[in-house]
Every structure is written in structure tokens, then in C-alpha cells.
Design a protein around this ligand. Structure first.
Ligand SMILES: [Fe+2]
Length: 394
């Protein structure tokens, strides 16, 4: 295991009915809240009314900021910043999945970013260090309604620049929320497709470390990651069958939080190459994040199998431990399992053709390749490798 430094200051308030604590929680940080959520919130008006009432009872005024789309745009965060400035907000609430929470993070940091353009916060190139990460943000309280990104408990936000269709991230310590209120009831009305895509995203977060972390002694991390994957694979069919099973909903939420709060990948190299390929698909084809990973994970396993030797070893271990079979057979089983929940497992289903592969790969290179002209991974990924993976995913 590599040396590492670990820090995570997020207070977690977990359990059924914990939403009832939103008033007192937010009041500890401010009196004028900005409630950031999706552009279309018609599916959760009851929750929003409840939050309004709870805030009011605690003496907190609330400004609604429903600006985030499914792949949130920097332009949408700018709208939120303007609204926040106009109303002099002093605390930000993120309500929703990763899209809403990440938008809330960009707004929260953007409100204290002076006159600079918030685009400068984002890492749009790994070879030219042009970005200026934010160093402060308004206090944030996150209320996840979708188990997936773990944004409620980490320091990252992913948004897309609408003018260039480039999706990338901010990584800054000030983006840790102060509190995450994780109430399983918030997820019971999630549509099945979103539930499945969120579960697959959670699996992908630990699979990134499992497939591509490094090859040192990872006994503890492997077992934690296998535990997260097994827990999600066990509970997804349960919530699909019974959406009101709050125990299972709670498992999925907590699995999503710990998959990306730094615990399971501490001591590994923190590479996310599959996500980098997925972000380009989302930015250019509007593909749902979890669905891009449902396409890329089996393709990645087949790619590593073709490389063979040391390059395939981590994926072979995953195949044995999770599916109890050889790697290529595991890739087929994994793909069939994800498809059984109605999630796309082929990028051609988003409209991608083989003629798009070179341009997609080039965009991955522009945004995510490092100074050695490879994509960070163990082993590293070349431009030709990226094209191979996209082709295997067609
Ligand atoms: Fe993800």
C-alpha cells in the first residue's frame, strides 16, 4: 500500500427521518440559504415543501435555485451565483444527485471566488496548469436523493462547459460539505433507471481503484471494495422489487458515500480512467453518467484481458472474487447483469459510431492525458488504448 494522507471533515447524519434535522443543521451555518436542485423538481415538490417548512421553523430564509440539469453546466452554476449574490446568501443546500450537489458546490465556491470566471476552477487540461482551484466556499449542507456520486462526502465537483462541451472537475478541500444528511426516504421515489445507473456508478467508483489503482499490497482495500460491490449487487434487485425497502435504500446510499469518500482508495493511486472516457461520452452525446460506465467497465475488462499478463491481473482478480469465473466470462456476466436493469451497455445506444471513436479519444487526450501523453492508470493508457476501449464498447 502506498503512503497517503487522509482528511475528511464531513459530518454525516444518517438514517430514516433525518431530513427533519435540516432546519437546525442549516441554522448552525447561516440565516439565508440557497437551495440548489434540478431545473425540473416537479417529482420532489413534497420534499421541497418539507424543507421550506423546516427551515422556516428554524428561522432560516430560503431562496430556491433550481438551475441544475442532469449533466450540470458551468453556465447553470453562474446563474446560481448571481441569484446567491442578489439575495446575500450565507449557506448553500444541495438537494438531489451528484448533478445538483456538484452544481451547489460550484455555486458555493463561486460566491467567494471574487470577480474571476468560475471556469478557471476547472481542470480542463492535465498538461497545462491553467486552473485556479477555489480556496474557500460558503458552508454546504448536502441532501442526496440518489445513491451514486458520493458528492455529499467528498471534495470534488464535475460540471460541463456548455460553450465547449467539455466535462471536467474541480478538486479542492473547500468543497467538502459541512454536513451530509443521508435519509433513505429521499430515494424511494427514484425511477428504476436512475436507481440502476446510480448503483452502477457506485460500483464503478470502487472498480476504478480495483482495476487500475496499483499493484502493491492492497489486501484491505480490495476487501473493502469487494464489500461495496457485493452490497450494491445484493441490494439493487431488492430496491427494484420493492422501492420502499428503506434498509436496502440505506445500504445503497452509504455504499455510494464510502465508495468515494477516500476510504476505500486510500493507499492506491487515485486514477479514474474509465470515468474520463465516460465524461467525454456524456458531454458529446448527453449519455447518463452511470450508463457510460455500464458500457465502459465490461469493455475495460475485455481490453485488459486482451493485454494479458500483469495488465490483466487486477481484472482477473475482480472476475474471480465477484463472479467466480475467468475474466472474459465475468465481463459477459457483468454486462448482462447491468442490462437486466434496463441500462445501456453499448455506446452505440447513445448514437456513437465507429467514425466517432478517433474524435472521442482525442478529446480524452486533450482533457485528461498527463505530461507523458498517457492517461493515468496502472498500467497507463495510451491514445490507441482509448480507441480500443471505445471500439470494444460500441
Ligand atoms: Fe462516477
Amino acid at each position: 500500500m502506498n503512503s497517503f494522507e487522509y482528511y475528511n471533515p464531513v459530518r454525516v447524519v444518517f438514517g430514516e427521518q433525518t431530513l427533519n434535522r435540516v432546519g437546525e443543521t442549516v441554522a448552525a451555518y447561516g440565516k439565508q440559504a440557497l437551495l440548489v436542485s434540478y431545473r425540473n423538481v416537479s417529482f420532489m415538490t413534497k420534499t421541497i415543501d418539507r424543507i421550506h417548512n423546516l427551515l422556516e421553523r428554524s428561522g432560516v430564509s430560503c431562496v430556491d435555485c433550481f438551475v441544475a440539469s442532469a449533466n450540470p453546466l458551468i453556465e447553470e452554476a453562474r446563474e446560481g451565483i448571481e441569484l446567491g449574490k442578489k439575495h446575500g446568501v450565507d449557506v448553500v443546500i444541495g438537494l438531489g444527485g451528484g448533478s445538483a450537489m456538484d452544481c451547489a458546490k460550484a455555486i458555493s465556491a463561486g460566491l467567494l471566488y471574487g470577480e474571476q470566471d468560475i471556469r478557471n476552477m476547472f481542470v480542463f487540461s492535465h498538461t497545462e496548469v491553467k486552473h485556479i482551484p477555489p480556496v474557500k466556499a460558503l458552508p454546504m449542507v448536502m441532501i442526496p436523493t440518489l445513491p451514486a456520486t458520493g458528492s455529499e462526502m467528498n471534495l470534488c465537483a464535475v460540471l460541463t462547459d456548455g460553450s465547449t462541451r467539455r466535462k471536467s472537475y474541480i478538486w479542492a478541500e473547500c468543497l467538502y460539505p459541512q454536513v451530509a444528511i443521508i435519509d433513505p426516504e429521499m430515494t424511494v421515489s427514484l425511477p428504476p433507471y436512475q436507481t440502476a445507473c446510480g448503483a452502477i456508478d457506485t460500483i464503478a467508483h470502487v472498480a476504478e481503484a480495483y482495476f487500475n489503482g496499483n499493484d502493491s499490497n492492497l489486501i484491505l482495500q480490495d476487501k473493502m471494495e469487494e464489500g461495496v460491490i457485493r452490497s450494491v449487487m445484493e441490494t439493487l434487485p431488492v430496491v427494484m422489487e420493492n422501492p420502499n425497502d428503506l434498509q436496502a435504500r440505506g445500504v445503497m446510499l452509504w455504499a455510494a458515500s464510502i465508495a468515494l469518500n477516500g476510504w476505500v482508495n486510500s493507499g492506491t493511486m487515485i486514477f479514474t480512467p474509465m470515468h474520463q472516457l465516460g465524461h467525454v461520452l456524456s458531454a458529446r452525446f448527453g449519455a447518463t453518467h452511470g450508463a457510460t460506465l455500464a458500457c465502459l467497465m465490461p469493455a475495460w475488462m475485455r481490453f485488459r484481458a486482451a493485454q494479458g499478463g500483469e495488465a490483466a491481473r487486477r481484472c482477473e482478480q475482480f472476475a474471480r472474487k465477484i463472479f467466480d469465473c475467468p475474466l472474459l466470462e465475468a465481463a459477459d456476466k457483468f454486462e448482462a447483469w447491468m442490462r437486466s436493469f434496463g441500462v445501456q451497455t453499448r455506446i452505440s445506444e447513445f448514437g456513437v459510431t465507429k467514425d466517432d471513436v478517433a474524435a472521442l479519444a482525442e478529446q480524452v487526450r486533450e482533457i485528461s492525458f498527463n505530461g507523458d501523453d498517457v492517461l493515468g492508470s496502472y498500467p497507463a493508457i495510451t491514445l490507441e488504448d482509448v480507441k480500443t476501449v471505445y471500439t470494444l464498447a460500441l
